[in-house]
Design a binder for this molecule. Structure first.
Ligand SMILES: [Zn+2]
Length: 274
């Protein structure tokens, strides 16, 4: 079976991390700390500026960029991810290297049935709003940050989601200084993302809208925790990992209640094996 290796530094721990991806039969699963943690929303244990999965005492953080690359490539199952370290490496802050690693795994298994949106769904969490409506699959993301980022939006269809992989994570210089003062973000070094100050970014942006593209990438990674594509038009305003996770949990609840009422034939299908 095909496999791929990725090595880098964890942005939070500063530790060197080795990751091995290989094909398997079964759901997307992280093997870390002696445990198997399925890439499933039920296993989200924290969302501190990244998404953290955990089970049986094991934790793996920063899973969203790899999960985005997997879903963009059509891998909703069939990959085991062995992680030696507490978090996935930050790399250059984008999912480009993950995309290359996933491409080395060959063609994905058949795509599972989508979760079809049959009526408007709205989830609000703190400053974030996620709204899904009936229609072709699409994603629109809007952000609002202090200058020099300001208001940005990105929208696309699944065929353009691959454009998001190269968008790097970002932070503001003051935030980084504060995190370092608290002993956090030890691996946040130049080259692992874009740092904004009032004067602008510390490195040339790939595209002027790179920040919102990265937020869209983060959303794809978190949405992958549903285990199937979303069949509908999703708009996310000022999203966050916590809000994305709340939305995916809401979809799970909807699917389960439809299933309990025997309404799966209407298009809301029950979740696949977790
Ligand atoms: Zn991110």
């Amino acid at each position: 079976m095909s496999e791929a290796h990725v090595t880098g530094t964890g942005v939070h721990s500063g530790e060197r991390v080795r990751v091995r991806l290989h094909r398997c039969d079964g759901p997307l699963a992280f093997h870390c700390g002696g445990a198997v943690v399925l890439a499933d929303v039920d296993n989200v244990v924290d969302t501190p500026r990244c998404t953290v999965l955990g089970r049986d005492g094991a934790r793996v953080a920063m899973v969203e960029h790899l999960l985005a690359a997997l879903s963009v490539a059509g891998f909703w199952s069939g990959v085991t991810i062995e992680v030696e370290g507490p978090e996935l490496p930050i790399l250059d802050g984008s999912a480009s290297a993950w995309g290359e690693a996933v491409a080395a795994l060959g063609p994905p298994p058949p795509t599972p049935d989508p979760f079809d949106v049959l009526a408007p769904i709205r989830v609000v969490h703190e400053r974030s709003t996620l709204e899904a409506s009936v229609g072709e699959s699409s994603l629109e993301v809007r952000v609002s940050f202090p200058e020099p980022i300001g208001l940005q939006s990105w929208s696309g269809r699944p065929t353009s989601y691959g454009d998001l992989l190269a968008a790097r994570t970002f932070a503001f210089r003051d935030e980084i200084a504060e995190l370092h003062a608290r002993g956090l973000a030890r691996g946040a070094v130049p080259g692992c993302g874009v740092v904004f100050s009032p004067a602008g970014p510390d490195t040339p942006l790939h595209t002027a809208d790179e920040p919102v593209r990265h937020k869209a990438l983060d959303a794809l990674g978190d949405l992958a925790l549903l285990g199937r594509p979303l069949g509908g038009a999703l708009t996310i305003v000022r999203g966050s990992h916590a809000a994305h996770v709340r939305f995916v949990r809401h979809l799970r609840t909807l699917a389960a209640s439809m299933s309990d009422r025997g309404e799966s034939a209407t298009g809301l299908r029950t979740p696949g094996p977790a």
